[in-house]
Design a protein around this ligand. Sequence first.
Ligand code: TTP
Ligand code: MG
Length: 357
Amino acid sequence: MPQRKIIHIDMDAFFAAVEQRDHPQYRGQPVVVGGAPNSRGVVATASYEARAFGIHSAMPTAHAKRLCPDAIFIRPRFREYQQVSTQIHSIFNDYSDKVESLSLDEAYLDVSDCPMFEHSATRIAIDIRQSIITATGLSASAGISYNKFLAKLASDINKPNGQYVILPEHGEEFVAKLPIGGFHGIGKATEIKMHDLGVRTGADLKRLTLAELTEKFGKQGRYYYHLARGVDHREVQSERIRKSLGAETTFATDLRDRDRMLTELEKLADGVFASLRQKDLSAQTVAIKIKYSDFQTITRSLQLSRPINDTQHLGPWLHQLLKRTDVEMRAVRLLGVSASRLQPINTNSPRQVELDL
Ligand code: TTP
Ligand code: MG
């Protein structure tokens, strides 16, 4: 396989940057976007000025308030962020057909076949970032490499408003120095398991054989084996259709009443299916997510016999899903609903179908 050229683009302090753009009085100030400081909300993101105080994503807003009482605390405006996201994704499509969006503000582009700038991925990345600034007034950072894993790591290195290239000859040594917790896709549980095996860095990981890794980590083991050698074969998956759509709510006080939970799940499902219909999509898998009061998070899903696009008969199935959880015994902090296995609505087929587990 010929060498690929992958660019990972990620907007800088995305939600906070949009707020600073739209409110000039916030520029140069510590800005925290997220839940209200006096409730149980968390920080979605913080401007770089606020990060200097130690504030970061997912921290309770109340804690952020203690670190920097004078920061500007604001609630997110998702419609604006969605608008910018649409703008930047349309820019990406000008450079490549192979674009995979990871979230509102980040995407992989495979620019191997992009003829611009004599095929220089470095110059293509500079041009993409400049196009984003021109179109949105916001800055992005880029990572450039020969696979997705390294491109993503590289985009963080010169943040904000910068870019970094990891050349093929440097990939392996780059991974060797990396702490295992910094590997994208290695969660807390795997990190602990790795530590138990004496693996703290990429170099440690490379000492384990393929057999040892697959024994400990199953199929993922092979992926880790390759990563340790700077190799990641995953393709940039251009998807015209999103893989899933979901919504969730964190409650101000924990829920204990199952009927109330069901009502909340139905509300969430109504919202999710309304946006699916807007996009002319239907879904064949429905899942609920529950975060218990101790923060343990679980999901339960059901496969439908055929795709659906409304929630008319979903109530009993949500009830069934809820039964497969511990909500009788445990209080619930967050509920979510998601729809996946999305597909375009087939207007020739009957709209309503019976559901199967
Ligand atoms: P990130 O790209 O992780 O963060 P960022 O763009 O704010 O900052 P930077 O990339 O410069 O480090 O996430 C993009 C947006 O997603 C972020 O602006 C807010 C939202 N977000 C959350 O709501 N909760 C989270 O825990 C994280 C990490 C992000
Ligand atoms: Mg970002």
